[in-house]
Design a protein around this ligand. Structure first.
Ligand code: NAD
Length: 397
């Protein structure tokens, strides 16, 4: 069993670190957010992720983990340090790498020469030269881009579609491959640039597919097509596939919007036109506008005074509100003089939230995404005869 350090206790860091601790490794977490560390030390999770609490409170796991807000000699013991800090997108710039640079600089003060530094954060390959210029020893760094999905992150940690490891130091690459050897997944080992680009292009392909479905919804709706059959008919082609192929009011979340915008900057830096990749964000923006018009038409034609957006986040089973399409849609609808409330199971109980809202009977209810509990939501909504609902899975608009 190895001694592991994890820098950053967000969705990626905490899931990765606790995942390794559950497998028997010893894990020391560092996060400069004192409030988060206080919570973790008091056995409180800073965010919701299904199944994480059980691992976090597992008696054996508790014995193998420690949390600190300080970089300290504890890191000296670590054989590998996973850097899992945020890499937010900044307008007009490829990304803000400063959290990562600060973490690297701090880690290097305490680790041994043999310690492997492995970056899980999503990081643009175009910044590798800058890392080198900052004397952060890029030739020894290992990149291990993360693909976990919020809402099923524990499952994804244990069953990744692939494990991607990039770098040039053979000893460090072997160490990482060995750490993952018991996972039943293909390990793809490559150079740093390829590994980092795989992450960005994967995070472009997935929302591009979602935007395709949303544009298919628009043309299908305009021509009066039977939308579920339309999408089923397209997805039935094995080359297209039915997975990840359902419409929504728009995509969002902590990764797709920022990573596709960062990719746009990379393309422009390299003087590439790439009309397809450059249109992914635009398509989503226009789709949310289109949905807002549909909602206004529906609520007006049914004499509804307000709109209730059901589900605050970008998908079910997470409380992460970063770049939530619900919040974007609420802003747009409010700018068009609509009264809009958002309800979410993390804020109020599911049944109560619907039944307790006074204005709900006079509102148009929009389910923002299909949820596991779709049937019970539909039953609750159907009991209230005055409510119109838009279930994404069964019947669209
Ligand atoms: P997050 O914002 O939830 O967590 C990042 C944590 O790092 C925060 O708690 C912050 O306080 C801490 N931190 C920042 N700088 C620090 C420093 N110098 N020292 C110590 N702690 C520091 O971020 P996240 O969602 O876990 O994402 C982390 C990275 O992984 C990002 O690059 C993201 O793009 C990528 N990623 C995220 C997901 C996801 O679903 N959230 C999936 C795949 C990849």
């Amino acid at each position: 069993m190895n001694k592991i350090a994890v820098i950053g206790t967000g969705y990626v860091g905490l899931v990765t670190g606790l995942g390794f601790a559950k497998l028997g490794h010893f894990v020391h977490f560092v996060d400069f957010d004192q409030e988060k560390i206080n919570k973790l030390q008091n056995q409180v999770l800073p965010f919701y992720e299904p199944g994480l609490r059980e691992i976090f409170l597992d008696k054996e796991v508790i014995k193998r983990v420690s949390y600190s807000s300080e970089y300290s000699a504890n890191l000296t013991e670590s054989e590998v340090v996973f850097i899992c800090v945020q890499t937010p997108q900044k307008d007009g710039q490829v990304t803000n790498p400063n959290f990562l640079y600060d973490a690297l600089t701090s880690v290097k003060k305490f680790i041994k020469e043999s310690t492997v530094i492995c970056i899980k954060s999503t990081f643009p390959p175009t910044l590798l030269e800058e890392v080198e210029m900052k004397n952060l020893d890029v030739s020894n760094l290992i990149f291990n881009p993360e693909f976990l999905r919020e809402g099923s992150a524990i499952f994804d940690f244990n069953n990744p579609n692939r494990i991607l490891i990039g770098g040039s130091n053979q000893e460090n690459l072997n160490f990482l491959a060995n750490l993952y050897k018991n996972f039943d997944s293909e390990i793809i080992i490559t150079d740093s640039t390829t590994a980092l680009l795989i992450k960005y292009l994967s995070n472009a392909y997935l929302p591009m597919r979602l935007s395709f479905v949303n544009e298919a919804l628009q043309i299908g709706d305009s021509l009066g097509a039977d939308i579920p059959t339309l999408l089923k008919g397209i997805g039935a082609d094995n080359r297209i596939g039915k997975d990840y192929f359902r419409p929504s009011p728009g995509w969002g979340g902590s990764c797709f919007p920022k990573d596709t915008k960062a990719l746009e900057v990379m393309l422009s830096d390299k003087d590439l036109n790439s009309p397809l990749l450059n249109a992914i964000n635009l398509s989503n923006k226009e789709h949310i506008e289109w949905i807002s018009e549909k909602i206004i038409d529906l609520s007006t034609s049914n004499s509804k005074k307000g709109v209730v957006l059901y589900g605050a986040s970008f998908k079910e089973n997470t409380d992460d509100l970063r770049d939530s399409p619900t919040i974007e849609l609420q802003k747009i609808l409010m700018s068009k003089a609509k009264k809009v409330s958002i309800f979410d199971e993390f804020n109020v109980g599911l049944e109560n939230s619907i039944n307790n809202i006074k204005e709900v009977n006079s509102s148009l209810v929009v389910l923002m995404y299909p949820t596991e509990d779709m049937q019970s939501i539909i039953q609750i909504l159907q009991r209230n005869k005055n409510i119109i609902y838009i279930p994404w899975e069964n019947r669209i608009l």
